[in-house]
Design a protein around this ligand. Structure first.
Ligand code: ITT
Length: 195
């Protein structure tokens, strides 16, 4: 089975890549004890490339990285690339804290809870190849949080055309429409012609 190193420390992402790419043996940053690089760029693509490059330079292997987040129209795209940082507490990440912050900020703009999940994947190979694959899922936010599946902001996001949150869906249902699944589909398509 072909190995694929995903340069992520997020176990929620790792689980989803394993479900979406069953033909690959998925390795993650934890398997190689890779340090977590500081995300210094101001775009999803910039941070995805930075993470893939750091893992590729440390291992010498082709690497795929995922930079993703939730963008809320009424908050001018926030938290966006800062989605993980909104969850940061002195004791680690807590997505209840991040979801509460979203709810508090939206209180002033009730009536427009349109939001989008975005995932940008960067593939970097030691031969210098660099490819970007982007996926987006649109929907609206809902309060209070509902559901135990998924990760991150899933309990407050209802995708377009549905009335349950990503966290209430079975993984296969989320993968039929998610930002990450759409980006992964483009990656798989790329592999068909580029190996
Ligand atoms: P890596 O950088 O190690 O991959 P990370 O969690 O720091 O892990 P990001 O910088 O890309 O990853 O932060 C994206 C955050 O956006 C992530 O922590 C989630 O909270 C949120 N997010 C991304 N995709 C999501 C999804 O499918 N469902 C819910 N939340 C998601």
């Amino acid at each position: 089975m072909k190995q694929l190193l995903i340069a992520t420390h997020n176990q929620g992402k790792v689980a989803e890549f394993r479900e979406m790419l069953p033909d690959f043996e998925i390795k993650s940053a934890a398997d190689f004890d890779l340090p977590e690089p500081e995300e210094t760029q101001d775009t999803f693509a910039g941070n995805a490339i930075l993470k893939a490059r750091a893992a590729m330079e440390a291992t010498g292997l082709p690497c795929l990285a995922d930079d993703s987040g939730l963008t809320i129209d009424a908050l001018d795209g926030a938290p966006g690339i800062y989605s993980a940082r909104w969850a940061q507490t002195p004791n680690g990440r807590d997505f209840m804290v991040a979801m509460n912050a979203v709810n508090e900020k939206l209180d002033g703009v009730k009536g427009d809870e349109t939001a989008h999940f975005i995932a940008v994947l960067a593939l970097l190979k030691p031969d210098g190849t660099q490819q970007i694959f982007e996926g987006r899922a649109s929907g609206h936010l809902s309060w209070p949080p509902r559901g135990e599946k998924g990760f991150g902001y899933d309990p407050i996001f209802i995708p377009e055309g549905h009335d349950i949150t990503f966290a209430e869906m079975e993984p296969s249902e989320k993968h039929a429409m998610s930002h990450r699944a759409k980006a992964v589909a483009k990656f798989v398509e790329y592999l068909k012609t580029n190996g």
